[in-house]
Design a protein around this ligand. Sequence first.
Ligand SMILES: Nc1ncnc2c1ncn2[C@@H]1O[C@H](COP(=O)(O)OP(=O)(O)OP(=O)(O)O)[C@@H](O)[C@H]1O
Ligand SMILES: [Mg+2]
Length: 249
Amino acid sequence: MGNVIETKGLNVGYGPIHVIYDLDFEAPEGEVTVIVGPNGVGKTTLLKAIMGLVTVYSGQVLFQGKDITRVPPYERTKMGIGYMPQVGNIFSRLTVEENLKMAAYTIKDQKMIEDKLELCFTLFPVLKGFLKRPAGTLSGGERQMLAESMVLMRDPKVMLVDEPTAGLMPKLVNDVLRKLKEMADTTGLPIVLVEQRARRALEVGDVAYMMRGGRFTFKGTAQELLNHPQLTEMYLGAVEARELRHVKE
Ligand SMILES: Nc1ncnc2c1ncn2[C@@H]1O[C@H](COP(=O)(O)OP(=O)(O)OP(=O)(O)O)[C@@H](O)[C@H]1O
Ligand SMILES: [Mg+2]
């Protein structure tokens, strides 16, 4: 099996601010690919580049082997690249049901919509009881489940998920990541997962990347990265950064 997403020599930035350097990235079909790394290294920017939401200076983005570097974002969504952004991934004032229907607005096939709803309820049964509630009243974990369901409603060929556990209690972190794994196993959908909770994410991942300063410093299996000194360094780095902030305060 090939790669569902690939980047070749990708350079990306915001106007003159160069963020990502010469990235070669591969997300294989049917696997969970995890990208970990400290704050501000370019993880979200890479996902945005795959969606076509940032300026590509040079290099290529490929989807199922096709060059999509110049394809506009909405076309990428139609082609089957599902994206769950880090923030703003649900409509708080709409009900759960309205959110799910809204997500599927481009799908004309009613049977497909019903099938997808059924899949969401199988994966996230809790949502079924909340259909009439405004999405803004859901708990953090439930919100993430809704956001993932909204991506699933569009029948994606791959799902990019940006920090689904941000701001969640430790217990919910496990639930959300386990559910994500269950979704991958049940549907065979390839997932690209960006996470700062590196250890937890790697436990549900197959392929792993470590990102630092807009470059990959590790590529391999999730198991290898779990046992790699770079992972410990990342955690130590985060602790040091926190302590430093503490000293300054
Ligand atoms: N719209 C923007 N304009 C200018 N610079 C930006 C913009 N968005 C992000 N950046 C910068 O690009 C760099 C990478 O940001 P990015 O959001 O990709 O990091 P990240 O790895 O996802 O971090 P986090 O783990 O905190 O979400 C950061 O230095 C950030 O300040
Ligand atoms: Mg981010």
